[in-house]
Design a protein around this ligand. Sequence first.
Ligand SMILES: *Cc1c(COP(=O)(O)O)cnc(C)c1O
Length: 421
Amino acid sequence: MTSPDAARLKALDRDHYMHPFTDFKALGDEGSRLITAAHGVYIEDDEGRQILDAMAGLWCVNLGYGRQELVGAATRQLQQLPYYNSFFKTTHPPAAELADTLCGLAPGHINRVFFTGSGSEANDTVLRMVRRYWALKGQPEKQWIIARDNAYHGSTVAGMSLGGMAPMQAQGGPCVPGIAHIRQPYWFDEGREMSPEAFGKVCAEALEARIQALGPDKVAAFIAEPVQGAGGAIIPPESYWPAIKDVLSRYDILLVVDEVICGFGRLGEWFGSVHYDLEPDLMPIAKGLSSGYLPIGGVLVGDRVARTLIDDGGEFHHGFTYSGHPVCAAVALENLRLMKSESVVEQVRQVTGPYLAKRWKALERHPLIGEARSLGLIGALEIVADKATGARFDKSLKAGETCRDICFELGLVMRCCAWPR
Ligand SMILES: *Cc1c(COP(=O)(O)O)cnc(C)c1O
């Protein structure tokens, strides 16, 4: 039974709160679920139901809920120095410590970080850094950024423009100019007539073809998630990343790897870039950086770009009130300390990831599952109407949404990725 207070809160919510990524009218009619607490891997609703949060919030609660060490770090920092900015030649201990810790975890050629409040702001920063870099290099015509269909890079205007979500771009455009999209390495959906190996190479050829079409001296960067998250946990064929890297190095184009989901252990390494050996120039980060306890993001900047921005750039006219926020930074620092001392990343790589992979693959025997794929702690099930052909259910039947709702009723949070394309 819903308590009177819960009923009151749901009414307030319905009348006043415009939720993110939500059909306002439909939610008004159905009402919201009220989540009131969380412990470990479970969230709890107002009726006291424990629900297994397989989404880790929104791919961010990497250490799980209820970690008192993170609460303690926030409390101490709130008492010591709740806020100060790092504009105008100032800094504070948590931001300096966190910058050093992050650069220590990142691949060796990455030794700088720019802090933001979110992953979207990180990608806005990427766009500005990339174009600034080439301008400083005396090649201001190198402006184009190539991204991918069905990518997710956030919901600010730059994030939405870099992303490849057609429904987002259909609202509030026009998008930021100078961004082109190529096909995604989604073998199950787009490549089953060939081997994954061959398909991965075809997708990399699409990158080369687009570079040729735009003009190699006009392309600044390529941006991609190591494994697409919001697009549907799309794990590229093994041949994909080596072929992409090869193309980029031949045309002197920067590589931006969006680590907002794949960073901080999700793929069994500190960064997805390490799993795939990507050596990116820029790595936007957020989400698992603080296990979602407080909002913080950033861009890890490789030496090549950092040197130019530092030595030749003068003032970089960009930053946020909450860049390097001391309380968020203190929580992130403690989060990283715990992940290290508890060997969380190794645990994912050696124990939980392989275990999940084994049990996940077994779901492929189900008549409605066309493919069960996973890597580290990210996994997807392809729901099909016909296992032999891989044909999907008619969209109007809402197969994914139905499965999601049933899972929720049975006590499991998962996500349905049925983006209209
Ligand atoms: C969530 C996400 C973002 C945006 O992060 P916000 O903190 O929501 O702004 C960017 N890139 C990827 C890959 C994401 O999953």
